[in-house]
Design a protein around this ligand. Structure first.
Ligand code: ATP
Ligand code: MG
Length: 450
């Protein structure tokens, strides 16, 4: 199963606190194992995200063994154990009844049987239990076999397991992306995409985001499209598939190419969604006038349905709205400053990254395009490092001062003057000094106000 010689190497990756908790449970006469992502990731040689421990001790019994614990859904058997600077989750073995509503199990009950606990888990690679103290692996569903073949395979009958909890369909593709594994064909056949509509936007959001930031998002996204999950969750993708199949390929390639932050991956995936309805064939070219604006609107609806935070939505929508920005060498400094003002200096680095990935995702000869983008990036960096006039708020005078100086009442005229000032200053940021601006306004008054 697992060669004895491998254990020392594997145990070295396990924090001392985890050993302490396992040993204390075992000395108390209970069973205690690492379960879930930890044994899976240890066996494939990657650092685990978190350390979940399963035991036959009841929550009260777990709490009695440790000084510092916090309740984390005790009804479901989970106690948080605080030890050193770690927080570990200790969960009592449990088994679940049917899911008649497809949302939550009809009943959850504790069991002394580890194998029953493993049976309720989603995929065989997640249904392993490891006792690093006794150096023992419990693998009733052949999870190690699947790990070696890099395969995501349901525990038990796929269709039944997906019906119980439809979120597992999405997790099936999520793990393919985060682990870079293939999905078992028989498991994929159990998918009934329509059932995903029972799942809340928040839960879909979290799994899809994990899928997007994974190492193989292309694999997960193509699988989602193939099974119908993608268009069930995001019907906006239906139009793309019929208009232009290569557009979907482009979106997937852009996601795969961009840095794996949640905002960038979502922006990359949705950035050309507006192309389906703006497509125009003129002569020998296909054009998509205004697709970035239509795309922004579509993305706004999607991100809202999936309950993303305001800040997250704003960021992604800004990137989509401006992804067609001109990165030409002949763009004047003043125009560049105005671009930075519209996009926001804090979004420029991400916008450039989106453009880079967009070019990679387009394929074809990209060397020159990348080279000129790199040059443009250096200009933007220099601008961001040295100058501060990107919006009207950055001007050395404000509306109140303009009104006082020109003797204007509040109103649209003040805005027009500030706009004019902003353009004048962005021509040459050295002009952003109060004395120079007032001198300019003096002249402006002579020209306009008599
Ligand atoms: P990650 O490293 O991304 O956290 P993970 O395997 O730990 O991966 P979690 O979502 O943290 O994934 O879940 C922990 C474990 O709980 C899983 O490995 C699996 O055994 C079980 N599990 C989680 N969600 C489900 C589900 N919907 N159905 C069945 N089992 C589940
Ligand atoms: Mg986990």
């Amino acid at each position: 199963m697992l060669r004895w010689g491998k254990w020392p190497q594997l145990c070295r990756r396990i924090p001392a606190e985890v050993f302490t908790v396992l040993q204390r449970l075992q000395s108390g006469g209970y069973q205690a194992y690492l379960v879930g992502g930890a044994p899976r990731d240890l066996l494939r040689g990657c650092p685990p995200q978190d350390w979940d421990i399963a035991t036959d001790a009841r929550p009260e019994e777990v709490k009695a063994l440790f000084d510092r614990t916090i309740a984390l859904g005790e009804k479901f058997g989970t106690v948080g154990v605080l030890i050193g600077d770690q927080q570990l989750e200790v969960t009592t073995f449990r088994q679940e009844g049917g899911y008649s509503d497809g949302r939550r199990p009809d009943w959850v009950e504790f069991t002394p049987d580890l194998v029953a606990d493993l049976a309720r888990r989603d995929f065989t690679i997640n249904a392993l239990a490891m006792d690093p103290v006794a150096r023992r692996l419990v693998d009733p569903y052949r999870g190690v076999w699947a790990l070696k073949r890099r395969l995501v395979k349901a525990v038990g009958d796929p269709a039944a397991r997906f019906q119980e909890d439809p979120l597992r369909m999405l997790r099936f593709y999520r793990f393919q992306s985060t682990l870079g594994f293939r999905g078992a064909a028989a498991t994929e056949q159990g998918i009934e995409a329509e059932a995903i509509t029972k799942i809340s936007g928040e839960r879909i959001r979290d799994e899809m985001t994990k899928l997007l930031v994974g190492v193989e998002p292309a694999r997960g996204l193509k699988g989602m499209a193939r099974s119908g999950l993608l268009t069930t969750i995001i019907p906006e993708f239906k139009a793309i598939r019929t208009t232009d199949a290569s557009l979907f390929t482009h979106l997937v390639a852009t996601v795969q190419a961009i840095k794996p932050t949640a905002e960038l991956r979502w922006a990359a995936f949705l950035h050309d969604l507006g192309k389906a309805t703006t497509r125009q064939v003129g002569g020998d070219r296909i054009r998509y006038y205004g697709h970035e604006k239509v795309g922004q609107e579509l993305a706004a609806g999607i991100l809202e349905r999936l309950r993303f935070s305001n800040a997250f939505r704003q960021k992604v929508l800004t990137l989509i709205r401006w992804h067609m920005f001109p990165a030409d060498p002949w763009l004047t400094d003043a125009a560049l400053r105005r671009l930075v003002g519209r996009v926001g200096p804090e979004n420029m680095v991400d916008l450039l990254e989106l453009r880079r990935a967009d070019i990679v995702g387009t394929g074809g000869p990209t060397y020159r395009a990348q080279e000129s983008l790199a040059q443009f990036s250096r200009r933007v960096q220099a601008l961001l490092a040295g100058e501060t006039v990107f919006t009207r708020k950055d001007l050395a005078v404000d509306g109140r001062e303009v009104m006082a100086f020109l003797g204007l009442p509040p109103g649209p005229k003040v805005g027009a003057v500030l706009n004019d000032l902003f353009h004048w200053v962005t021509e040459d940021p050295a002009r952003n000094r109060k004395d120079l601006i007032l001198r300019y306004l003096q002249k402006w008054r002579a020209d306009h106000l008599n």
